[in-house]
Design a protein around this ligand. Structure first.
Ligand SMILES: Nc1ncnc2c1ncn2[C@@H]1O[C@H](COP(=O)(O)OP(=O)(O)O)[C@@H](O)[C@H]1O
Ligand SMILES: [Mg+2]
Length: 321
C-alpha cells in the first residue's frame, strides 16, 4: 500500500530563545531529526512530552522557522520556497492541532474557520461553491452542515476537534500531520475521533504523520513508527517490528511501559525510573545515556547517528545494539 517518499525531513534543527530566572537561554527543541513518509502510509512519531514532536510538525507546515535542515515535499524543498510553489505545497501538507480549544478563533464562525485555507488561496470560484464545500466537509467529519453558522463556544471538545479536522482537509491535502489529535479529548470521544481520522485517511487517500506520546495508540493506527528522544529520532521501523522487537534501549523502555491487560505480564520499563535530562543542560554524547542501562563511556561523549539496521527499513541510533 505504501509508495514513493512523499515527505522527507533531513537533519532538522530548531532552537528557541527563552528567558529563565532573568537569563537568556537557547533551547534546542529539535536536534538533527530525520524521517521520511511514504505515500499512503501512516508514520507514528512517539516520544515523551517535550522531546520535540510538535516542533517537528510545526516546522513542516511552516509555523516554525528551522535553524537548519531540509523538508522536501515530493522532492521539492519547502524551506525557503516562495510564491505559487509554496502555496501549493502548504495546501498539500496540513496539520490537526492537539488542543481544539486553543486552535479555533473564537470570533469566527465554524464555516469561516473551515474555509480559511481555501479563502487564503482563492480556491473557491464562487460563494455558492464555497458554501457547498463547507457543507460537504462538515458532513465528511460527522457534523451537520448547519454548524457552519455557529461559533466555537457552542461546541463540545469532540465537535471542535471535528472542526479542526475539517479545517485540515479543505481543500483535500496529500498529507495530514496529526499532533496528538485526541489526547485533549474526553476518553469517551477519543475512539470516535480516531476512527473518523482513519476513515478519512482511507477515503481521501491521505498520507499521515501521527504524533503521540502513547505507543499503544500509535500501534493501532500506524504502519511505521519513528521514536523520538530529546530532539532526535533514535529508532524507526515497521510498527510490528518496533513493538515486538524493540532494539534501542529507550524504545525497549517505552514498549515495556505499554499497559498490558494482564497485570502479571506488565513490566515497568526504566522509563518509569529516570527523569529526562533538562533541555538547559543537554548531555554531550547520547542524550539517553544518563538513563540508559547499557550506557558505556563512548555514549557519554559521542552522539550516535541514525543508521540502517537489519530488515524492514529499520534504522537505529545507538552504539550498543
Ligand atoms: N515557542 C517556543 N518557545 C520556547 N520553547 C519552546 C517553544 N516551543 C517548544 N519549546 C520547547 O521545545 C521543546 C520541545 O517542545 P515540543 O516540540 O512542544 O515537544 P513535544 O511536542 O514532544 O511535547 C520543549 O523543551 C519546549 O519547552
Ligand atoms: Mg506536543
Amino acid at each position: 500500500m505504501s509508495g514513493d517518499v512523499i515527505l522527507d525531513v533531513r537533519e532538522l534543527e530548531v532552537s528557541f530563545n527563552v528567558r529563565r530566572a532573568g537569563r537568556k537561554y537557547r533551547v534546542q527543541a529539535v536536534d538533527g531529526a530525520s524521517l521520511s513518509l511514504a505515500e499512503g502510509e501512516v508514520l507514528g512519531i512517539v516520544g515523551e512530552s517535550g522531546c520535540g514532536k510538535t516542533t517537528v510538525g510545526r516546522s513542516i507546515v511552516g509555523l516554525v522557522q528551522p535553524g537548519s535542515g531540509t523538508v522536501k515535499f515530493k522532492g521539492a524543498e519547502m524551506i525557503g520556497a516562495r510564491g505559487t510553489n509554496l502555496r501549493e505545497m502548504r495546501l498539500n501538507v496540513r496539520m490537526v492541532f492537539q488542543d481544539p480549544y486553543a486552535s479555533l478563533n473564537p470570533r469566527r464562525t465554524i464555516g469561516d474557520s473551515v474555509a480559511e485555507a481555501g479563502d487564503i488561496s482563492a480556491f473557491f470560484k464562487s460563494r455558492a461553491e464555497r458554501s457547498a464545500a463547507i457543507a460537504a466537509t462538515l458532513t465528511a467529519v460527522g457534523l451537520d452542515p448547519s454548524f457552519a453558522a455557529r461559533y466555537p463556544y457552542e461546541l463540545s471538545g469532540g465537535q471542535r476537534q471535528r472542526v479542526g479536522i475539517a479545517r485540515a482537509i479543505l481543500p483535500t491535502p496529500s498529507i495530514v500531520i496529526a499532533d496528538e489529535p485526541v489526547s485533549a479529548l474526553d476518553v469517551s470521544v477519543q475512539a470516535q475521533v480516531l476512527n473518523l481520522m482513519m476513515d478519512l485517511r482511507e477515503r481521501l487517500r491521505l498520507s499521515m504523520l501521527f504524533i503521540s506520546h502513547d505507543l499503544g495508540v500509535i500501534g493501532q493506527i500506524s504502519s511505521r513508527v519513528a521514536v523520538m528522544y530529546m530532539g532526535r529520532i533514535v529508532e524507526q521501523a515497521g510498527t510490528r517490528t518496533v513493538l515486538d522487537h524493540p532494539l534501542h534501549p529507550y524504545t525497549r523502555a517505552l514498549v515495556a511501559a505499554i499497559p498490558m491487560p494482564d497485570p502479571s505480564k506488565r513490566i515497568l520499563g526504566s522509563i518509569e525510573t529516570g527523569e529526562p535530562p533538562s533541555q538547559f543542560a543537554r548531555p554531550r554524547g547520547c542524550a539517553y545515556a544518563p538513563r540508559c542501562p547499557m550506557a558505556s563511556d563512548r555514549c557519554l561523549i559521542d552522539i550516535p547517528e541514525l543508521r540502517p539496521a537489519g530488515t524492514d527499513g529499520r534504522a537505529i541510533a545507538c552504539h550498543n545494539v
